[in-house]
Design a protein around this ligand. Structure first.
Ligand SMILES: Cc1ncc(COP(=O)(O)O)c(C=O)c1O
Length: 384
């Protein structure tokens, strides 16, 4: 967590909780780390990680492109001024609207199955997503490069799909691989890129190798970049990458207030955020760093539980911290990716506000609201 505690307290008082806050300096630093490791590789931000328009505008201004997987994400890319070579259209089951919008914007398509070739708009630029059939070090729901996963074509099919694209009058730019998210062991990337490189004899030289994203926050980016570059050079290809989580996770913190405590079989610290604000712990057992923003006496072990009527509504288990008091603040770290993006309105809960911390901004305040807190009326606005 890179934002000072006093600034977090100010934000919580001004904007209320639960509240997502982002540190602009850490957003910039993450992009700088990616560029330092990957050099001239083209960077496409996987906006599913956090599609807030302010963050997208910032990345667009920094020359980053966008990987989009829905009509809504394409609309966001267009809204911030991206087009043409700065947009990738991805997804295992693209809709007619997504093909049409992608074509109108001049985007590059990532072909996920052989049967998709005839569906592409005429004269498309395309990459073929390859599934390297590898077990990877992450939660099953986050693994996309395993043999049984629904993503990509097999290693055996890929050369044929490249040919089919060319035969249909498209530009077959090259190959794409993305083996999963929050991957712990960098050797998984080495193995995946290695499997792709072995295809060079069947595919011949290619213009582009897109090495995807999925890097853990503590990953050795320089090591992954070295392996990705080696694979790209095997094809004589330009390297593209698609980080999501890495670019935004550390910059984001979820601020939540203590509602009260309860001691039964376990010690529960009840807070005003839960699965509707941060689904990752419930969805795939994600562990986020928890920082209590109070000092106190005796340290005990607490579970941090949300307000939903669901037993799985826990943000963290076994956190050592001093006795919580009603109204005190808890900061849930590394929440900038797949946090606000996955928040929902189950139980007619309003999605939280979001604020950007940018101290020293010329003529500006330290905090800018970048998403208003929803009202119940916002939540039911589309209902009849
Ligand atoms: C094709 C593709 N590229 C990139 C990403 C970004 O992954 P991460 O946020 O783990 O970097 C994803 C995430 O699901 C993805 O599906």
């Amino acid at each position: 967590m890179t934002i000072p505690t006093t600034a977090l307290q100010t934000a919580a008082e001004r904007f209320g909780t639960p509240l997502y806050v982002y540190d602009a300096a850490e957003l910039d630093a993450a992009l700088a780390r990616v560029r330092s490791a990957f050099g001239t590789a083209r960077v496409y931000y996987a906006m599913k990680a956090n599609p807030n328009l302010t963050l997208l505008r910032r990345l667009n201004a920094a020359g980053v492109g966008f990987e989009c997987v829905s009509s809504g994400e394409l609309a966001r890319a267009e809204a911030v001024g991206a087009s043409g070579e700065r947009i990738l259209v991805n997804g295992p089951a693209k809709s007619e609207a997504e093909y049409l919008t992608g074509a109108r914007l001049g985007a590059t398509f990532i072909v996920d199955r052989e049967e998709e070739v005839p569906l592409l708009p005429p004269h498309s630029r395309a990459l073929v997503r390859v599934n390297p059939a590898l077990a990877v070090s992450t939660h099953d729901h986050l693994a996309t490069g395993a043999a049984g996963s629904k993503f990509g074509v097999t290693l055996a099919q890929a050369p044929r799909v490249l040919d089919a694209l060319r035969d249909a009058g498209h530009t077959a730019l090259g190959l794409h691989v993305h083996i999963g998210s929050a991957i712990r062991d960098a050797h998984d990337f080495t193995a995946a890129f290695g499997r792709l490189s072995e295809m060079r004899e069947q595919t011949g030289p290619l213009a582009v190798l897109d090495a995807g994203g999925g890097w853990g926050l503590d990953a050795d980016l320089h090591g992954i970049a070295r392996e990705a570059r080696a694979a790209a050079s095997a094809f004589g290809a330009e390297l593209w990458v698609e980080p999501g989580r890495y670019l935004v996770a550390r910059a984001g913190t979820l601020l939540t207030r203590v509602v009260g405590t309860k001691r039964t079989g376990r010690n529960f610290c009840l807070v005003d955020a839960g699965m509707t604000e941060l689904l990752r712990p419930m969805l795939y057992g994600a562990e986020h760093p928890v920082t209590p923003l109070w000092d106190g006496g005796e340290v005990e072990t607490w579970d941090i539980a949300g307000p939903a009527c669901e037993s799985g509504d826990l943000l963290a288990r076994d956190i050592s911290m001093p006795q919580p008091t009603r109204g005190a603040l808890v900061a849930i770290g590394e929440a900038g990716a797949y946090g606000a993006a996955m928040s929902g309105t189950y139980l007619t809960r309003s999605r939280p506000a979001e604020a950007l911390y940018e101290p020293g901004r010329e003529g500006g305040a330290d905090w800018t609201v970048i998403r208003h807190r929803e009202t119940p009326q916002d939540v039911w606005a589309a209902e009849i």
